[in-house]
Design a protein around this ligand. Structure first.
Ligand code: ADP
Ligand code: MG
Length: 231
């Protein structure tokens, strides 16, 4: 399920103080779940906007995004919310953990209003263990290092076994050692859980480790090439 994302004629126009600005220009592209794709490009080139559109956090001005046979434009808001819960795990540069909740509660958060056919507590414990932080379950985010916080954010992203992980500069706030560790974890999830992985980065060393590198500029793909040193 959900092995290909097809993007056709994708355009996003934002209105900034009365002026329409085209941020994504008639973009055509495909992503395969079997590949790790890096998106690189200067600040303001539309990388985050593209990731938000793919993850249905935003609706496009025009164009289509299709996950296998499912066209996101055809889904109502409630269906989009279910789609995100079932299929997409987001990881952000700023972690976005809830500061007053424990590690365990943060990872549980996606399940709070949802019914699932398995034990939520066991699944939360399992993913915290998977990211190597079972000894921190009761800690608050402020008691963790940046690298540990990002591991918990990743645990939260995968707790419902998404088909795809969309990561927007996941290592942007980390030093090089922690960046490598976080990237290794994402690669491991791609390989062992078969999650498709699309990540935005400024770190060309990490981008080279992807199977594919897409270079964006001014809302367009200006280069689409193979990585040099896969994983
Ligand atoms: P990148 O992630 O490559 O740095 P973004 O996708 O965040 O780029 O932003 C691209 C451009 O779109 C920027 O000029 C930004 O100001 C603009 N932009 C992004 N989101 C919005 C929004 N919700 N409303 C208006 N302008 C936006
Ligand atoms: Mg961005």
């Amino acid at each position: 399920m959900n092995s290909i994302i097809q993007i056709k004629g994708l355009t996003q126009v934002f209105s900034n103080s009365g002026n329409d600005e085209t941020i994504i220009h008639q973009l055509n592209c495909e992503f395969s779940k079997n590949e790790i794709t890096a998106i690189v490009g200067p600040s303001g080139s539309g990388k985050s906007t593209l990731l938000s559109l793919i993850g249905s956090l935003e609706k496009p001005t025009s164009g289509t995004i299709t996950f296998d046979d499912m066209d996101l434009n055809k889904l109502k808001n409630a269906e989009l919310s279910s789609f995100r819960f079932e299929e997409i795990g987001f990881v952000f540069q700023q972690f976005h953990l809830l500061p007053s909740l424990s590690v365990f509660e943060n990872v549980m958060a996606p399940f709070l209003t949802k019914k699932v056919g398995f034990g939520k507590n066991e699944r939360v414990k399992e993913v915290i263990q998977q990211v190597g932080l079972e000894h921190k379950s009761r800690a608050l985010p402020s008691q963790l290092s940046g690298g540990q916080q990002q591991r918990i954010a990743i645990a939260r992203a995968i707790v419902n076994r998404p088909s795809w992980i969309l990561a927007d500069e996941p290592t942007g706030n980390l030093d090089s050692t922690n960046s490598e560790l976080i990237f290794d974890l994402l690669v491991d999830l791609h390989e062992t859980q078969r999650c498709g992985l699309i990540f935005v980065t400024h770190d060309l060393n990490l981008a080279r480790r992807a199977h594919r590198i897409i270079h964006m500029q001014d809302g367009r793909i200006v280069e689409d090439k193979k990585g040099e040193r896969v994983c």
